[in-house]
Design a protein around this ligand. Structure first.
Ligand code: GLA
Length: 392
């Protein structure tokens, strides 16, 4: 949607005023590799998408904060003093949770505001529509209030909003990628320390193809929390042998091989094995990408999916079918589920000459085998959160 169009929608929603309207945008993200690693303190390699959430915002002369969206009919008007007093279970909990976190940091709002959101990320698809809305809200409100905008702090406060206000116990990866992404770069983030670097993600004649299974992500929150608990239990078990161990992902492959029968519970063993091997795959992927070795990178993507399916058990039939069909296309170097799992999206690296065939054949076979119509987005890597200027 053009800014002109968003501006018109804003004026029809809120009318004219003497105050200027400003515009902000935050992307969605795709995780290239390093799945279910962030809350285990290891390496992840996400990238910002070229589409996301746009926010038009204007200061009010009174103390009402008004939230509207072009995607959802639900809207809300809350006095500053009542912000965060009651959760609604609606989309507004995300921006309200952010406003609450800003207030806790002493960077709360000095007046009311009018906000209008427009989201381009399919909800519940595992492409971080919630992190995108959180981060764009934090960045916009800090800008409007003329506070410093540290994108690492923005990621952290947005994660706290999601954990504490919305009530989903997610890790830091999504908010971090949305806040710190850069065009044509992936972010290598060490989640235990938050050290990061942007690594060039230049794939030449290969394209990233995101496949949306359109499978409703049932049980995702409860299963997600269950995996987190299992990892905590595995860590506690391994600390008997390695008392210094802080995070599961701190274990090297060699140390893990030495653990022998320490983890007697087969489920905990498999969860830990996934974490240790996936963490190592991220570093091998970065190494491969630095040599333009897309074939090895594609292989690591495949191994990642197989491990998420067999060891970590967060895939589902729909994701597995889509990945299986994707790998049948000759120009596919690698294909895997991305995000939390249990539905949502796959990401594949596909030669540009085969992208049309991919979309047609994987789409048809996926529908034939699952009865669900999938969707595909061929996308490049975009920027992290930023302000948009009219006329650009
Ligand atoms: C979700 C969470 C992230 C991360 C992924 C799995 O997207 O929000 O923090 O744990 O799942 O890698």
């Amino acid at each position: 949607m053009s800014l002109q169009h968003l501006k018109q929608s804003f004026i029809s929603a809120y009318g004219e005023s003497r105050q200027p309207i400003r515009y902000f945008q935050a992307p969605g993200r795709v995780n290239l590799i390093g799945e279910h690693i962030d809350y285990n303190g290891g390496y992840v390699l996400p990238a910002a998408l070229e589409f996301g959430t746009t926010l038009a915002i204007r200061r009010r002369e009174d103390d009402l904060v008004v939230f509207k969206s072009l995607n959802f009919p639900y809207e809300s008007s809350i006095a500053l003093s009542g912000l965060g007093a009651s959760k609604t279970g609606e989309w507004v909990d995300y921006p309200v949770g952010v406003a609450v976190e800003l207030a806790k940091l002493g960077t709360g709002l000095s007046s009311g505001y009018e906000l209008l959101f427009h989201g381009e990320i399919p909800n519940g698809a595992g492409l971080s529509s919630s992190a995108s809305i959180e981060v764009v809200t934090a960045y916009a409100l800090l800008t409007m209030e003329e506070h410093e905008r540290d994108t690492v702090e923005i990621a952290l406060l947005s994660q706290r909003a999601e954990n504490q206000y919305v009530g989903v116990n997610s890790g830091i990866m999504d908010q971090f990628a949305v806040a710190n992404g850069a065009v044509d770069h992936a972010i290598l983030l060490m989640c235990g320390t938050l050290e990061y670097k942007r690594v060039p993600f230049v794939t030449g004649s290969y394209k990233l193809v995101i496949g949306n299974t359109n499978k409703r992500r049932g049980l995702v929150d409860s299963k997600y929390n269950e995996r987190r608990t299992e990892c905590d239990q595995a860590l506690a078990g391994l600390q008997v042998k390695f008392p210094e161990l802080k995070f599961l992902a701190d274990l090297t492959l060699e140390q893990f091989a030495e653990t022998g029968s320490v983890l007697q519970d087969d489920v905990l063993y498999r969860r830990a094995k996934h974490v240790v091997e996936e963490n190592s795959r991220v570093l091998k992927s970065v190494e491969a990408l630095s040599h333009n070795d897309l074939i090895s990178f594609g292989q690591y993507m495949n191994e990642s999916h197989d491990s998420l399916r067999d060891l970590y058990e967060v895939s589902c039939d729909e994701l597995d079918v889509m990945v299986e069909e994707a790998r049948r296309i000759p120009g596919t170097l690698g294909s895997r589920m991305t995000g939390a799992g249990f539905g949502g999206c796959t990401v594949s690296l596909v030669h540009e000459d085969d992208v049309d065939l991919f979309v047609k054949q994987v789409g048809e076979e996926y529908q034939r085998r699952t009865g669900i119509q999938g969707e595909f987005y061929v996308c490049g890597v975009g920027n992290g959160v930023n302000e948009l200027k009219e006329g650009n």
